[in-house]
Design a binder for this molecule. Structure first.
Ligand code: CDP
Length: 234
């Protein structure tokens, strides 16, 4: 039994909205348990000559925590090593999802702001970033999603809460495509090969849930736009 009463493969409540920022090309807002995260996507723009690659787009990802997002972050204004690490791993994961060779010489920027943190922000940021990229019209090779698996009370479970992350025996954030290709896998703790396999399998089994989450967010977005258009025409 988990501390918040969830089943071992049960996710916290997740809500996703897209197209919520006026001044970004694409945007998304995710609430995942108590996590609240905002993502804005800019581009493709022309990359500055110093960093441009004439064969593919350069992807820039900035993960930041608001100073009010958690007690740990309170009063800290400069990104710490962890924020630099998460920006890097998310950049690598997203660079393998975006069809970068469609945008030679281009720059695509993904800005992530964690408004409230409660465990699992890197995978929640990844899901919101995928939705914001789709909203910006950036070509992806597949839909991607992520979940933090982990080991708690000798059992592999999905979607660690902050408490489970702090007290558990292992934390395994995984980002994956709908087809099953792994884009990010980190491991903090001691876990057997079989346990790792079962964590990946459990994450794979949530594919349809995330497909629907993203699809429903876009359905809401465009039905709202459509009904606004209708009101304007009446
Ligand atoms: O957020 P994620 O689980 O991907 O990363 P983590 O490094 O395993 O951190 C676990 C949780 O600790 C975060 O989600 C935050 O709730 C909290 N944390 C924080 O608020 N500020 C930090 N500097 C580090 C961790």
């Amino acid at each position: 039994m988990r501390s918040d009463g969830r089943q071992k493969d049960e996710l916290r409540n997740i809500k996703l909205e897209v197209g919520i920022l006026r001044n970004a090309k694409g945007s998304a807002y995710i609430e995942w348990g108590m996590n609240k995260i905002l993502v804005g996507v800019y581009g493709p723009e022309e990359a500055p000559p110093a960093i441009e690659n004439l064969e593919r787009a350069i992807i820039k990802v900035e993960y930041r925590m608001a100073t009010f997002c958690s007690l740990e972050e309170h009063g800290k204004y400069v990104p710490n090593r962890r924020a630099v690490e998460i920006s890097k791993v998310l950049r690598e994961a997203l660079s393998n999802l975006i069809l970068v060779d469609r945008y030679p010489g281009g720059l695509i920027e993904v800005q992530i702001l964690v408004l409230q943190a409660e465990g699992g922000t890197r995978v929640a940021s990844f899901v919101a970033a995928v939705a914001a990229l789709i909203d910006a019209g950036i070509a992806l090779r597949d839909i991607g999603y992520g979940i933090s698996a982990g080991k708690v009370n000798n059992e592999i479970v999905l979607d660690l809460s902050k408490e489970e992350d702090n007290l558990g025996q292992g934390d395994i954030p995984i980002c994956i495509t709908r087809k099953g290709d792994i884009l990010l896998l980190q491991l903090d703790g001691k876990i057997s090969y079989e346990e790792l396999q079962s964590a990946i399998e459990m994450v794979r089994s949530k594919r349809e849930f995330f497909e629907n989450l993203i699809r429903d967010a876009f359905t809401r977005r465009y039905s709202k736009e459509l009904s606004n258009d209708l009101v304007r025409h009446i």
